[in-house]
Design a binder for this molecule. Structure first.
Ligand SMILES: C[S@@+](CC[C@H](N)C(=O)[O-])C[C@H]1O[C@@H](n2cnc3c(N)ncnc32)[C@H](O)[C@@H]1O
Length: 344
């Protein structure tokens, strides 16, 4: 629906759900991101509980887990939201920070601002996700001046305005949004009726879970490698302009914060994981020398201390080929470790 740095491949998430949980289990993912693992769990008849600190994760997870029933229903929803947005007063662009204004033709920006305020109403997460998915890129189906897709920066050197004036023209929101809705339903799969899914926007340190759950499958934030706030800043601004500086936390910046987050999680698992249940971590290994231990070693050590009733069953290492990465030739995470723990 919309790019998410550090997203796990859907096929891998599906495989982990198949192998390490049973139909009917409550599958928990406390670092849900784009909601990939909870969505694959719900598709396979599990109940899914997703959580993440980021409002962008909330939008994408809810959009996937409770999308409209059919393309027709989704288009109807989009048409109604566009009509509602068109009835709103024209926004005053002087209230928009200059770093946001730089990305858009003023008329396009007015349309986007009004639709975003309609999409912020609860229940409109699917439409918000579609809008976020077309916010910035250089292709004609997107809303911004030429810019990158994953992380927002303008490509005005590669596409100078005097040589490519059409890329700086007004971009009508309605046809682009409807086309995006149609694209979202091209490979549409809907969770089965029996699957119940929930999303909690919270830091893992404050996460409260039901007394028992069947499996915990998650990919924690990459230690010291990604900055979810900075990389999603434009999308976050449209989700909630007041939050943009508060979204990231230091789990992605400081080793100790990563360790604290995994420590909270390990004690949650020790308390709540059902008999024979699995706990699976997909950990990105960064190769900077500045840390004395690898993140997966840290996870194993913390689990041993905080969750003594679980045993480490399997460790699988997966090299991430450059072609499969969202950012090629990036100097951070080169390998993922799959750590599989089971409760005795
Ligand atoms: C590697 S990503 C998860 C990607 C996800 N599996 C997917 O497929 O999109 C890690 C996530 O952890 C979240 N995160 C970072 N610090 C957190 C915290 N303290 N509590 C909860 N979530 C946090 C980030 O917002 C990010 O979405």
């Amino acid at each position: 629906m919309s790019p998410y740095i550090g997203k796990i491949k859907s096929a891998i998430a599906g495989e982990l759900v198949e192998r390490f949980s049973k139909p009917g289990d409550l599958v928990v993912d406390p670092f849900a991101g784009a909601g990939t693992i909870p969505f694959e769990a719900a598709l396979r008849g599990r109940r899914a509980l997703a959580a993440d600190i980021s409002p962008y994760a909330r939008i994408l997870s809810k959009a996937k887990l409770s999308a409209p029933r059919s393309l027709g229903a989704a288009l109807c929803l989009a048409e109604r939201a566009l009509e509602e947005a068109a009835r709103l007063p024209k926004p005053d662009l002087r209230e928009v920070p200059p770093w946001v204004r730089r990305f858009y033709h003023p008329e396009t920006l007015r349309e986007v601002l009004n639709l975003a305020s309609v999409c912020r109403q609860p229940g409109n997460e699917f439409l918000m996700a579609c809008l976020l998915g077309i916010l910035h890129h250089q292709r004609p189906g997107f809303l911004s001046y030429p810019s990158s897709h994953l992380v927002p920066y303008l490509r005005d050197r590669k596409y100078p305005r005097h040589k490519f004036p059409e890329m700086y023209a007004y971009r009508h929101l309605k046809p682009r949004l409807l086309a995006k809705v149609k694209r979202s339903y091209k490979r549409f799969a809907r969770p089965r009726g029996s699957a119940v899914a929930e999303f909690k926007q919270t830091a893992v340190q404050n996460l409260e879970l039901p007394a028992r759950f069947g499996a915990l499958i998650t990919s924690p934030p990459y230690m010291n490698a990604l900055d979810y706030g900075r990389d999603n800043r434009l999308r976050l601004w449209f989700i909630d302009p007041s939050l943009v500086d508060e979204v990231d936390n230091d789990v992605t910046q400081r080793r100790q914060a990563f360790i604290d987050a995994i420590t909270s999680l390990a004690s949650i698992v020790e308390r709540g994981l059902g008999r024979n249940g699995y706990c699976v971590f997909v950990v990105g290994e960064e190769f900077k020398r500045s840390f004395d231990a690898h993140p997966s070693d840290a996870v194993v050590r913390i689990m041993r201390e905080q969750a003594p009733s679980l045993r480490l069953k399997t460790v699988m290492a997966d090299e991430i080929p450059d072609v499969r990465r969202t950012r090629r030739e990036c100097k951070g995470v080169k390998t993922e470790h799959f750590l599989v723990f089971q409760r005795n």
